[in-house]
Design a protein around this ligand. Structure first.
Ligand code: ADP
Length: 335
């Protein structure tokens, strides 16, 4: 198993992390435009006594999709039922969930891009008509019966909107796209989490942590807990910027939140492919990861940080990359 403190998909959350989850819309920091819209849709649905329209959440891991789904359930005063698409193996697995839903429940399906076609078909009718078409009997005696289910809100989340089928997308009434968090918002998350965990942290230390957390709340919380360990170990009762600097250096995380493997990817593009372009397949083989891992977990943040570009001819690094790694560009290199 790979280990990483900054790849959100590899961070294991414990009971403390669950305690850090915002429970209401006004505790959810950042993503202001999305929150404002959701607030309107939630308030209007509540006034009408309806369940909220089905909601599609798109964005990289650790940005708050599950948290937002739970918040929607809380705000709508409904229950929260959660699963992931890979766990829905047979149609009966989905039917089990659907028939147990109560009116107004939020049914959260994570990684919805990987639903099997037969399950997706069942979901269409559930989403549109609050029903399930179920075949009973066999051979010539087989017939389809319609089972009614309670009005519910499906919240589907994905890191890969590009591979979700258009019939499924079209059945969601509301779509929210999560972007990486601004540093100011991450800093607020650091202070909120520190307060809940009873940790003291300086302003400057919080800023540095926010900067090194890849725009991702799950990462900021994880690094905060590790910095608490470093502070405690050296007998300090508050996390200072010095503790964060030393802590990050010991974890080999730089001030942009890159780990060794991120820097390795950039170095390989520079050293083996003269800064690019290099195709994703070749690059993945060279770094020993799958194309999927490269595209889903490494590239989004490197692109966001301005260190990598996806072009039609392949991946290229930027002038920022050379500056960040302290490598001189080749003579005459254009960006
Ligand atoms: P995703 O489902 O997108 O992978 P999660 O909802 O599991 O992300 O969020 C990861 C963690 O980050 C949560 O445990 C939560 O504590 C924290 N978090 C996410 N978004 C926010 C936010 N906007 N404000 C405060 N904390 C957040």
């Amino acid at each position: 198993m790979e280990k990483s403190l900054v790849r959100p998909d590899l961070i294991k959350e414990d009971a403390q992390d669950i305690a850090l989850r915002p429970r209401a819309l006004n505790e959810f920091l950042g993503q202001q435009a999305m929150k404002d819209n959701l607030n309107v849709f939630i308030t209007a649905a509540k006034q009408r006594g309806d369940s909220l329209d089905h909601l599609f959440l798109i964005g990289p891991a650790g940005l708050g999709k599950t948290t937002m789904a739970q918040i929607v359930a809380n705000e709508m005063q409904g229950g929260f039922v959660q699963t992931t698409a890979p766990a829905l193996d047979k149609p009966k697995d989905l039917v089990g969930f659907l028939t147990n839903l109560k009116k107004g429940d939020v049914f959260f399906i994570d990684e919805i891009h990987s639903l099997k076609p037969a399950i997706e078909e069942l979901l269409y009718i559930a989403m549109e008509d609050y029903g399930i078409d179920w075949v009973v009997g066999q051979g010539p005696m087989a017939r389809t019966i319609r089972i009614a289910i309670k009005p519910f809100t499906l919240v589907g989340a994905t890191t890969k909107a590009g591979v979700v089928s258009s019939p499924l997308i079209s059945r969601f009434g509301i779509t929210c796209r999560f972007s990486f968090y601004e540093q100011e918002d991450l800093k607020k998350i650091v202070h909120r989490s520190a307060g809940l965990l009873n940790i003291k942290i300086d302003e400057e230390a919080a800023s540095l942590l926010a900067k090194s957390s890849r725009g991702t709340p799950r990462v900021v919380n994880q690094l905060l807990k590790r910095m608490r360990d470093f502070a405690q170990f050296s007998g300090e009762d508050s996390i200072s910027v010095q503790v964060v600097r030393t802590g990050l250096a010991r974890l080999e995380i730089d001030e942009l939140g890159l780990e060794k493997q991120d820097r390795e990817i950039l170095k390989i593009i520079i050293e083996r492919y003269k800064g690019g372009p290099v195709g994703a397949d070749n690059l993945a083989i060279t770094i020993g990861e799958s194309v999927e891992t490269l595209e889903d977990y490494y590239e989004p943040y490197l692109i966001q940080a301005g260190l990598l570009q996806r072009t039609p001819r392949g991946r290229v690094v930027t002038s920022l990359t050379y500056g960040h790694l302290g490598i001189e560009p080749l003579e005459g290199q254009l960006f």
